[in-house]
Ligand binder design. Sequence first.
Ligand code: ADP
Ligand code: MG
Length: 322
Amino acid sequence: ATPTALLAATGRGAQLGILVSGPQALERLRRIDTLVLDKTGTLTTGRMSVIAMTTCAGATGASGTTVASGTTGAAGAPATTGAPGLTADETLRLAAAVEHGSEHPLARAITAYGDLRREAVAEHRPPPTARHFVATAGYGVTGEVDGRSVTVGRPGELSALPAPLADAVRTAEAAGHTAVLVTVDGTPQAVFSIGDTLRPDCYRAVDHLRRLGLRPVLATGDRTATARAVAGHLGITEIHAGALPEEKAALVTTLKEHGGRVAVVGDGVNDAAALARADLGIALGSGTDAAIGAADVTVLREDLQAVPDAVRLARRTLGTIR
Ligand code: ADP
Ligand code: MG
């Protein structure tokens, strides 16, 4: 392709909401045959909300209590007892304080739910602030709130949880939701079931990618049951769940070693290493700076269809050479 053709393609890309870093990126885009797709924030909107919060009375085996969050607000929901001295609202208050420091979509869901409950119970104290905040990509967050050590994140081994909380995790994941566990001073206190919706355009986009001959692979930090529920809707059979950021990058390496020409589509801090490792990194413009910085292509359109559009554009522009 001539420089003029490349320039024209870059311009056409911009019109389509696709920002390409340079001619080499267009060339690699043309050749990709495997597409690793992140789940949260890429196949889904990333706009998550708390569907339910389940607490229990710790190891005493009391039955779990679910506080459902309706769209009209959970004003009628009772503040149920968690561990002695810690109500569901108190647990929520601690969790929201820690999540305040995170930009993860799950964190936004929890802080929004915290605000909703504060309003519902006419809580006038300002939300507490967390000290010693630490976010671990792919795991969750920890911090110290009101002198208590609070962890919010991935549930881990279900056998280590009281039955009501383990059940809440299973129920959430079977529905394709993400289960998030709150632990206070080492004791599991509550499980949030957090729901997200598939992007409306993702069916068409994934189908289009397949018709372009690309092999879709789902890679997510979320757990297997949740990943399966989502992949099932899209007919994606290759799933890598529970993948930490470095495992997503390792998956890219393996696919490349098997001869794949691999593109990664992602939005999160947890995708940055995989985006950089790929033959071509595609970041969503709605994503984090880390993802955009690591990518060769940025999709500015709020539409996953931009990905097959970009591949087609590259193939059309450069199709004449070799
Ligand atoms: P994905 O790969 O689907 O984008 P992530 O790698 O961002 O998912 O997250 C993987 C898992 O890590 C989540 O399902 C959740 O259990 C946990 N996690 C990560 N960040 C947070 C957070 N801020 N709050 C709670 N849980 C988190
Ligand atoms: Mg993501």
